[in-house]
Design a protein around this ligand. Structure first.
Ligand SMILES: [Zn+2]
Ligand SMILES: [Zn+2]
Length: 441
């Protein structure tokens, strides 16, 4: 299997003398299997030089697959300039997370309306097919692909590719679920010692991979003021990948404000952390033109999805109960979820929520941790004790990011745990990911 980087920049393309080495093009990575399956992760501006190169290779017609992590600009902006799609006879299968506002095709067509671009999506001569994905296991050509939602203020999928006896995992864009990675009462450095269920799931998704390509846009110092923006630090990536037994990590989605010298410094700091921890992990910052050949091995264990059933929640409206004693936070959560087309009910206390749930079962409960009288944990425990609400998805909102409350929440049976302050798009995508894992039908 071969992997080649065509775009390593996040947010906006930044060509120029300061980014000559690591590159200025936004996200695009090419993966070719030994049998010739061609997979392209993301279609940022790096897709343009890739298409030029594909043409120069002279093979015709081309059949390729584009796997979009999500549809933020820096991941799709190169598609209107991806000339492979302009040639009759070629076929392009596009995969991406199902959206709540419209299908993958609708979203891609939006950026090619005549206002923005002279050729509309449906006028492209190549045969293009669209595949809206949720979490699960998929088959593309001879390749097994697992998908899992990442933590980003948009529905975003990570991809795990298994072929030729190796695993490559693409995790761009993503930020930690919790500020604290390890439980204090367990030995750090192991998957079981990860505090937040979301981070543990994330590490398991990359377990034993030969190569992980991971968002590492910020330094730990920068991240403090960039929380909820949906990006990671090299520190989080190194720690999670090491716990997961990953062999090699490519840090990518470099910040547009980081020049070559700065990205080099991030690489140096990431490597220093690796040697400080005494772990066997090859970490580097991805650069444009970087090509990696992965040799097959016998020992690869296929990834098994923890939630075999995944419902499609695309453009579906759900009934959500928001429980919070603070009117400001409640109003913000209600507005966010209404904006995402859901029917939203409100309760100001635990007992009121229990009464409302008994009257009519919601699809999801979004609840504050700390409430006077009966607190969130007590409500969760009461719900989990009854057979009809044993599996009701509960998303806990909390300002308490301390370890004890996170552990108490998960121990009581909380489905997911969002810490305040959260952003509206972040809450929307966390609620949808929760519903995709638990909704019926
Ligand atoms: Zn991005
Ligand atoms: Zn993004």
């Amino acid at each position: 299997m071969r992997v080649r980087f065509w775009g390593t920049r996040g947010s906006i393309a930044t060509p120029g003398p300061g980014t000559n080495h690591f590159g200025g093009n936004t996200s695009c990575v090419e993966l070719t299997t030994d049998k010739g399956d061609l997979l392209i992760f993301d279609c940022g501006t790096g897709a343009h030089p890739l298409a030029v190169d594909l043409k120069a290779r002279g093979k015709k017609p081309l059949h390729l697959n584009i796997l979009l992590g999500h549809t933020h600009w820096d991941h799709i902006q190169g598609f209107p300039f991806f000339s492979t799609a302009f040639e009759k006879g070629n076929s392009v299968a596009i995969y991406g997370p199902e959206g709540s506002r419209g299908s993958l095709q609708d979203v891609l067509a939006g950026q090619m309306e005549f206002t923005y671009f002279p050729i509309e999506l449906n006028q492209l001569p190549a045969e293009i097919t669209y595949h809206d994905l949720t979490e699960g296991i998929h088959k593309v050509g001879g390749v097994r692909i697992a998908t899992q939602f990442l933590h980003h203020p948009a529905m975003t999928l990570g991809y795990r590719i298994e072929a030729d006896g190796v695993a490559v995992v693409y995790l761009v864009d993503h930020e930690p679920f919790s500020d604290q990675l390890w439980r204090a009462d367990a030995e750090p450095g192991r998957i079981e010692s990860i505090l937040h269920e979301g981070d543990r799931r994330h590490a398991k998704f990359m377990a034993d991979a030969d190569l992980v390509i991971h968002d590492a846009q910020y330094t730990p110092e920068e991240y403090v003021s960039k929380k909820t923006w949906g990006h990671s630090t090299y520190e989080y990536v190194v720690e999670a990948a090491a716990a997961a037994g990953v062999k090699r990590v490519a840090l990518t989605h470099h910040d547009p404000d980081h020049d070559d010298r700065f990205v080099e410094e991030i690489e140096r700091r990431a490597r220093a952390l690796v040697s400080q921890r005494g772990i066997a992990l090859d970490v580097f910052c991805a650069y444009e033109g970087c090509a990696i050949a992965l040799e097959p091995r016998q020992s690869l264990k296929p990834f098994v999805t923890p939630d075999p059933f995944q419902a499609s929640v695309a453009q579906r409206s759900f009934r959500i109960l928001v429980v919070d004693d603070e009117p400001d936070i409640r109003t913000m959560a209600v507005l966010a979820l209404k904006q995402d087309q859901h029917t939203v009910l409100e309760a100001g206390s635990g007992p009121e929520a229990l009464r409302m749930i008994e009257e009519q079962m919601p699809d999801l409960v979004v609840m504050d941790f700390k409430m006077p009288g009966m607190d969130g944990i007590e409500v969760v425990k009461t719900l989990r004790a009854k057979p009809e609400t044993m599996r009701l998805p509960i998303l806990m909102l909390t300002a308490m990011t301390d370890e004890a409350s996170t552990r108490a929440g998960f121990a009581a049976g909380v489905t997911d745990y969002v810490s305040k302050p959260f952003s509206i798009p972040q809450l929307i995508s966390r609620a949808r990911a929760c519903l995709a894992r638990t909704a019926i039908g």
